[in-house]
Design a protein around this ligand. Structure first.
Ligand SMILES: Nc1ncnc2c1ncn2[C@@H]1O[C@H](COP(=O)(O)OP(=O)(O)OP(=O)(O)O)[C@@H](O)[C@H]1O
Length: 294
């Protein structure tokens, strides 16, 4: 039985912890979660490109394939995943010193900062060291049990927070989300360089917001151009995982907590294909998921 909720004060959280100390020596050694077979990071070179949308729909797709799936919303500034999974009224519980993930109605278990912030619009103003600690706790102290997949919805971009997360977890690979403009080449490059530096395999690129499907006439309009993600995949020699159209309905349904793969046959096909390509790559490798103490 859960024993405690994690209490937080109302309003803006300001915590004046001591200034962060310089990190001396090598970064913490990343480890596999005990009992978790595969951990996949979903990241992007910049914010707002659809990382959470891809993370949530990929996680629901895997769960629909009868795989035990967890999702970590590691974006502590804008934790959107509880809302996208219709779980924004839930609370996170702790058992002993472990966090129990929230069970969502789509078969995906979720941990997110969103569960411990008192209101949706509460801003998190934390200094570097405490942010790192929060991320670390999310990553290390979750009671996942036996899992086939844990998807990590990474903090946006390739900055300090993304680095903190990546250094703590020995992920099987990274899925990179880009938008279809030519600038996607640059954004993908940043994310690929980041993954290469961390020696995490790039599983491929997803092009999101690719062609707007008009809700009235059904015609496709390439508002943000098209093909940037595929070009980037070709240019950097990584797999192209798929193209997700820009659909007006997606925003509304997302806000209502209904992931696209739940109501759209087209989205189900797209994400089935993305999941197939991801699984093909990670499941052929031997895993060491049950070997560590994490
Ligand atoms: N294919 C799409 N069609 C329509 N709207 C989309 C699509 N993908 C994402 N969106 C919308 O765009 C907004 C940003 O998406 P999302 O939150 O997934 O991006 P993000 O990269 O996780 O953002 P952040 O960097 O802020 O964490 C959301 O309102 C989402 O519903």
């Amino acid at each position: 039985m859960p024993t405690d909720t994690l209490p937080m004060p109302k309003g803006t959280i300001k915590i004046n912890n001591p200034p962060p100390q310089p990190i001396i020596g090598p970064p913490p050694k990343s480890q596999k979660y005990k009992g978790v077979k595969h951990t996949i990071m979903v990241m992007s070179g910049k914010g707002g490109v659809g990382k959470s949308t891809v993370s949530v729909n990929l996680a629901v797709t895997l769960a629909n394939q009868s795989l035990k799936t967890g999702l970590i919303d590691a974006d502590i500034n804008g934790p959107d995943d509880p809302k996208m999974l219709g779980a924004d009224n839930e609370k996170l519980y702790a058992q002993g010193d472990k966090i129990l993930p929230v069970k969502t109605r789509y078969g995906v278990d979720l941990v997110s900062m969103g569960f411990i912030l008192p209101t949706e619009d509460t801003a998190v103003i934390w200094r570097g060291a405490l942010r790192h600690k929060a991320i670390q706790q999310f990553l290390e102290d979750v009671m996942w049990g036996e899992r086939d997949y844990v998807i990590i919805d990474m903090p946006p971009g390739t900055g300090d927070e993304a680095l903190s997360v990546s250094q703590l977890i020995d992920a099987d690979g990274v899925v990179i989300v880009v938008t279809p403009q030519d600038i996607a080449l640059l954004d993908a490059k940043k994310a690929i360089n980041f993954a290469n530096q961390l020696k995490v395999p790039v599983l491929g690129i997803v092009e999101n917001m690719s062609g707007f499907i008009c809700p009235h006439c059904g015609q496709t309009v390439d508002i943000f151009k098209r093909g940037g993600g595929e070009k980037a995949a070709e240019a950097y020699g990584v797999p192209f995982l798929g193209r997700i159209p820009l659909v007006a309905e997606l925003v509304e349904k997302s806000d209502q907590g209904i992931p696209a793969v739940v109501y759209s046959e087209e989205m189900r096909k797209i994400f089935d294909e993305i999941a197939r390509k991801v699984r093909e790559q990670v499941e052929k490798k031997p895993h060491s998921g049950t070997d560590s103490s994490m």
